[in-house]
Design a protein around this ligand. Structure first.
Ligand code: GTP
Ligand code: SPV
Ligand code: MN
Length: 603
């Protein structure tokens, strides 16, 4: 291990690490976050006083706030996200890589004096319940009060974690600065940031360093940086899975309980599915998590999963009383909104909250807005940050450190064509192939061209901390282990986003997705019939009452149409994508592609 100095040296002790970074970053003061309500209240109060956030009208939205970001700091920046493994091949072809020592050197330059004129917050946090067997700890240093407030909702923070760390528990150092030092006389802005951004991960030493952004996954380092990129490396080494998955429990009309983990790419429906109110009478969904799941083979031989987070950082646009009433009921108060529109009455608004916008809106940039403005009032990646405990559908045992046993894994994506509403994988290996070859149309969750179709294996393209081919092999290995104990979950693929020739959704989605969930559960219970197709098994005729969902016969056919020429063309594209991994690609994945082509009638 290279013995390099701060800011990203292998850590000896917490106090030493903090002291070294204080020396390098030169903050005016250092504040340790203790996790108390009083400290968080004072922080939010000061942010309002300093004009960093707006207090919403407490009559409409008690104890809630609006943050407006810098217009150039509105989403994850994948082009500036790096896996700095010692060997380039360990980052793999889907990650940006930098040689770790060179990266550390460059970061050192950027971080020197970066917190001048600001406060350094020291924020101990736990992913998973403090003391849980699957839980892991970290400490984030940051000069953003917004990030402190967000982390305080999204994770368990403060003294209880610090005690564990002081008692010798391992922890991940996560250094963050907005990169906007203040010299005497400088005027501050509401959302300081830096045009230069770096989100760096050092997998061997389990370190995170982020510079220049205060937004979401770039800055709330517990989330994508720790719970996915670093945790995926820990999981590889220790035999578990760190996944971009929601977690839910569904209870059927007979009272049987099933647990489902589902991976959809960013802004493709995880929060909505996790909070599903099924259109099918008698079916009840409880929410366990909406974005990240850690899954480990348990002593019972099955995969057990926890949600390592403690809150939701959810997409606002499209969230309304008809689409996601549970989210609406969650957001009544105690919520930080980012980049949504502000109403005249001091409440918030976004596209999809109501059918027509209220008069007198101020848009996410703080400018007056009318429906003919030709731009949305809320940024497409505007978000709410709220405690999981406030969700009316949260399972009473959602933070059980032992997690829940997983019955099925679902992969999804945003596909206008080719991918059916639902298919069942033939077995685990086929399921891994479905996950490995997910393609999805790009959303506003990251900077980039909207709608562009890109491969997003396991919905982890931006979040896998190591070579994606090794990650596929790891999934195959976990399956082998589960097979020995008889605990292999069913694997399914869904697509809520198929469109007709006129560009209209073929499937109404949201609550109606409960019909698809019910079929999946009945399959697991061995009760629902299926028909074979080249893509996998689909619901047999008559097993899903699509007419009750308002879908006509022709549209239902279209939702499952196997367009062999188009799918063979897609298989060529899949091959080109998989070829990027060279010799590292598991043979099983290549075998699955050949089998798919054969089933599609390839010559
Ligand atoms: P991240 O937090 O970025 O990981 O996103 P997510 O996967 O949790 O996505 P979310 O549930 O927030 O949904 C993103 C967008 O997709 C929202 O605008 C939703 O309204 C929309 N959406 C979710 N489910 C459906 C569905 O079943 N059908 C349609 N048409 N849209 C949906
Ligand atoms: C995602 O992009 O998948 C998110 C939002 O969940 S962020 O935390 O910004 O990554
Ligand atoms: Mn996400």
């Amino acid at each position: 291990m290279p013995a390099s100095p701060t800011p990203v040296a292998p850590v000896r002790s917490l106090d030493e690490w903090v002291a070294e970074n204080v020396e390098l970053l030169q903050p005016d003061r250092v504040v340790w976050i203790d996790g108390s309500r009083a400290q968080l209240d004072a922080l939010l109060h000061d942010m309002v006083e300093e004009g960093r956030i707006i207090r919403l009208n407490p009559e409409h939205r008690p104890y809630s706030f609006l943050a407006r970001s810098d217009p150039d700091d509105v989403a994850r920046v994948e082009a500036r996200t790096f896996i700095c493994s010692e060997r380039e091949e360990d980052a793999g072809p889907t990650n940006n890589w930098r040689e770790p020592e060179a990266m550390r050197e460059e970061l050192r330059g950027l971080f020197a004096g970066a917190m001048r004129g600001r406060t350094m917050y020291v924020l101990p946090f736990s992913m998973g319940p403090v003391g849980g067997a699957l839980s892991r700890y970290g400490v984030q240093l940051t000069d953003s009060a917004y990030v402190v407030a967000s982390m305080s909702i999204m994770t368990r923070v403060g003294d209880a974690v610090l005690e564990r760390i002081r008692a010798g528990a391992r922890w991940v150092p996560a250094l963050h600065s907005v990169g906007a030092p203040l010299e005497p006389g400088d005027e501050d802005v509401a959302w300081p940031s830096n045009p230069v951004k770096y989100i760096c991960h050092f997998p061997e030493t389990r370190e995170i360093v982020s510079f220049g952004s205060a937004y979401g996954g770039n800055a709330i380092l517990a989330k994508k940086s720790f719970a996915l990129r670093i945790a995926s490396v820990m999981a590889r080494d220790e035999g578990w899975l760190a996944e971009h998955m929601l977690l839910l429990r569904v209870t059927d009309p007979r009272g049987r309980r099933f647990h489902i983990a589902a991976a959809f790419p960013s802004a493709c429906g995880k929060t909505n599915f996790a909070m599903l109110r099924s259109a099918l009478p008698g079916w009840q969904v409880e929410t366990l998590g909406d974005d990240i799941a850690w899954l480990a083979p348990g002593s019972d031989g099955r995969l057990r999963a926890i949600n390592p987070e403690a809150g939701f950082f959810g997409v606002a646009p499209g969230t309304g009383p008809d689409t996601n009433p549970t989210a609406i009921d969650t957001l009544w108060g105690n919520t930080i909104f980012t980049n949504v529109a502000l109403r005249e009455d001091g409440d918030v608004w976004w596209e999809g909250l109501t059918k027509t916008p209220p008069a007198g809106l101020t848009d996410w940039r703080g400018e007056p807005w009318t429906p003919d403005a030709g731009r949305p009032a809320a940024h497409p990646n505007s978000r709410f940050t709220v405690a999981a405990s406030q969700c009316p559908s949260i399972a009473p045992d959602w933070d059980d450190p032992n997690g829940v046993p997983i019955d099925a894994i679902i992969f999804g994506g945003r596909r206008a064509t080719n991918v059916p509403l639902v298919v069942e994988a033939r077995d685990w290996e086929h399921g891994v192939f479905l996950g490995a070859t997910i393609a999805s149309e790009r959303t506003a969750a990251a900077e980039g061209e909207l709608g562009e179709l890109r491969r997003d294996p396991f919905a982890m393209l931006p979040f896998c901390g190591y070579n994606m081919a090794d990650y596929m092999q790891h999934w195959l290995d976990v399956g082998t282990r589960l097979r020995r104990t008889g605990g292999v979950p069913g694997v399914y693929q869904v697509n809520w986003f198929r469109k007709d020739a006129d560009g209209k959704w073929l499937w109404p989605g949201f609550g109606e997705n409960g019909r698809v969930l019910a079929w999946i559960v009945e399959r697991i219970a061995g009760e629902a019939p299926a028909s074979d197709t080249p893509l996998g098994r689909i619901p047999a005729v008559g097993t899903i009452d699509y007419r009750a969902a308002g879908v006509g016969d022709a549209d239902w056919q279209e939702l499952f149409r196997v367009d062999a020429p188009a799918l063979l063309a897609e298989a060529d594209d899949t091959e080109a994508f998989l070829d990027r991994f060279g010799d590292k690609l598991p043979e099983a994945v290549r075998r699955q592609l050949a089998a798919l082509r054969e089933r599609l009638g390839a010559p």
